[in-house]
Write a protein that binds this ligand. Structure first.
Ligand code: PMP
Length: 442
C-alpha cells in the first residue's frame, strides 16, 4: 500500500476489525461519529439510543465533561511516565481510591490496559503467589463453560466459549472447566440470582478431588456471566465456591469486568452477592470506557507474599508499558468522582426493579423464551431458528440499529446494559423499541 495515499474513508478493508468479518460489515456499515449522554450520532445523522453502554463500559454515559476535561488537562501536564521502577502521583491516588471502594481486604491494585490483560494478570498473580509461598505444585486453573474472560491466551484457556478457542490449538495446559449454570428447564423468567443450581459449585470439588486439591491454583468466574448471555448465578452458588476454595487453599478470582463499577447497583458484584474473592478483575467502567485501563485487585495476604519478605522482596515479573498511564489514571479519577457526585451506583440500585418490570413485560412476545434481569443488566432469549443459530437475534440487532436503538446480541440472546444515567422514560423507550423489533421480526 502506498503510504502517501490519502485516507480512503470508504475503504473498509485496511482496519481489520475485531470480532467482525469486514466484508460482511462493508455491506451495511454502522458508523458512529459523535456521542452524548445516552445517545450516539451516526454518520447519517441519526440519534441512536445506547441500551448497552457501548460495550458494557460507558456507565456514566457519553462524553461527560468532567472526564473529557480531566483527560485534556492531564495530557497537557504529564502525558506519559515510565511505568517500571518509576511513578507519578495520580496512579497512586487512583489505586488508593479504588481500594477504598473495593470489598474489605482487597487493598492492592495492579493496573493493566484492558479486561483481557487484567484476566491474564490475575491468573499469573495466582500462579506466582503459590510459588512465592513455596506451593509451586498449585499450577492448575479452573474456569467454567460459558465463561468469557477476554481474548488473551490465559483468558481463552479458562474461558468456555468454543468459538473463541477452536482456532488456536492447545492453549494453556492444566486447565479444567466447571459446568455452566444456565438451565431454562429449571430457571426461567428470573429476577436477580436464579433459584436452582447452587449444587453445580460442587463441580469445583469434583475437579479438585480428581486432580488432588494441592494442584489447584485458582478458579475464575464472572459473578454474572455477561458476554455469553447474562447468566445470573444460582442463589448460594458463589458462597459455595468460596467455601470450597477456603477448604482447599484455592484462590477465588471474580472477573468483574462487566459487573464492576456500579452495574449491579453496588460498587462490585462481590458486594451484591456478599462474597469476597481473593482477586478481582476489572476494566471497562473503571474509566467509563473512555481510555483503555484495567485494574486487578488483590487481597492483602497475596500482596504480602511478594512484599513481606524483609530483604527478600519478590518483584512480580509482569507489567505493561502503560500500567497506570497518567492520562488513564486521570480519566479513572474523574470517572470515580462522577459516579460518586451523581450517586450512580445508588441510582442503578433504585432502577433495578424498574428495569426488571419493564423488560419482563416482553414475556409472551413472539419467540421470546426467557427473560433475565439483575442489576442494570438484562437478557431476552429468543427461540433459535432451526438450523440457523444466532440468526434471529442478529436480525434483531440489525433491525434495532435501523430503528435507532443499540442492543447487543450473543447467540440467540439479546443483552441490555444501559448507562447508569438512563431515565425511567428511556428504559420505557428501550423496551418499547425492543418490543417493536421482536414483533417486526415475527
Ligand atoms: N472479562 C469479561 C467478563 C468481559 O466481559 C470482557 C469484555 N467484554 C473481558 C474480560 C475482556 O475485556 P477487554 O475486551 O477489555 O479485553
Amino acid at each position: 500500500m502506498n503510504e502517501h495515499a490519502p485516507i480512503q474513508t470508504n475503504n473498509l478493508e485496511a482496519f481489520w476489525m475485531p470480532f467482525t468479518a469486514n466484508r460482511q460489515f462493508k455491506k451495511a456499515p454502522r458508523m458512529f461519529v459523535r456521542a452524548k449522554d445516552m445517545h450516539y450520532t451516526t454518520d447519517d445523522g441519526r440519534q441512536v439510543l445506547d441500551a448497552t453502554a457501548g460495550l458494557w463500559c460507558v456507565n456514566a454515559g457519553h462524553c461527560r465533561p468532567k472526564i473529557t476535561e480531566a483527560i485534556a488537562t492531564q495530557a497537557g501536564e504529564l502525558d506519559y511516565a515510565p511505568a517500571f521502577q518509576m511513578g507519578h502521583p495520580k496512579a497512586f491516588e487512583l489505586a488508593a481510591k479504588l481500594a477504598a471502594i473495593a470489598p474489605t481486604g482487597l487493598d492492592h491494585v495492579f493496573f493493566t490496559n484492558s479486561g483481557s490483560e487484567s484476566v491474564d494478570t490475575a491468573l499469573k498473580i495466582a500462579l506466582a503467589y503459590h510459588r512465592a509461598k513455596g506451593e509451586g505444585s498449585r499450577f492448575r486453573l479452573i474456569g467454567r463453560e460459558r465463561g468469557y474472560h477476554g481474548v488473551n491466551f490465559g483468558g481463552i484457556s479458562v474461558g468456555g466459549i468454543v468459538g473463541n478457542r477452536k482456532m488456536f490449538g492447545t492453549l494453556l495446559t492444566g486447565v479444567d472447566h466447571m459446568r455452566h449454570t444456565h438451565d431454562l428447564a429449571k430457571n426461567s423468567y428470573t429476577r436477580g440470582p436464579i433459584e436452582h443450581g447452587a449444587d453445580l459449585a460442587d463441580d469445583l470439588l469434583r475437579i479438585a478431588t480428581l486432580h488432588d486439591p494441592s494442584t489447584i491454583a485458582a478458579v475464575i468466574v464472572e459473578p454474572v456471566s455477561g458476554s455469553t448471555g447474562v447468566l445470573p448465578p444460582p442463589v448460594g452458588y458463589l458462597q459455595r465456591l468460596r467455601e470450597i476454595c477456603d477448604q482447599h487453599g484455592i484462590l477465588l478470582i471474580f472477573d468483574e469486568v462487566i459487573t464492576g463499577y456500579g452495574r449491579m447497583g453496588t460498587a462490585f458484584g462481590a458486594d451484591y452477592f456478599g462474597v469476597t474473592p481473593d482477586i478481582m478483575v476489572t476494566a471497562k467502567g473503571l474509566t467509563n470506557g473512555v481510555i483503555p485501563m484495567g485494574a486487578v485487585y488483590v487481597r492483602d495476604t497475596i500482596y504480602e507474599a511478594f512484599m513481606g519478605g524483609g530483604e527478600n522482596l519478590i518483584e512480580f515479573a509482569h507489567g505493561y508499558t502503560y500500567s497506570g498511564n497518567p492520562i488513564a489514571a486521570a480519566a479513572g479519577l474523574a470517572t470515580l468522582e462522577t459516579y460518586k457526585e451523581e450517586g450512580l451506583f445508588e441510582r442503578a440500585k433504585a432502577l433495578e426493579p424498574v428495569f426488571a418490570d419493564a423488560l419482563h413485560s416482553l414475556k409472551g412476545e413472539p419467540h421470546v423464551i426467557d427473560i433475565r434481569t439483575i442489576g442494570l443488566i438484562g437478557a431476552v432469549e429468543l427461540e433459535p431458528i432451526a438450523g440457523k443459530p444466532a440468526a434471529r437475534a442478529f436480525a434483531a440487532f440489525l433491525d434495532a440499529f435501523d430503528h435507532n436503538l443499540l442492543i447487543r446480541t450473543t447467540g440467540d440472546i439479546i443483552a441490555l446494559s444501559p448507562p447508569l444515567i438512563v431515565s425511567e422514560s428511556q428504559i420505557g423507550e428501550i423496551v418499547d423499541g425492543l418490543r417493536a423489533v421482536i414483533r417486526r421480526l415475527a
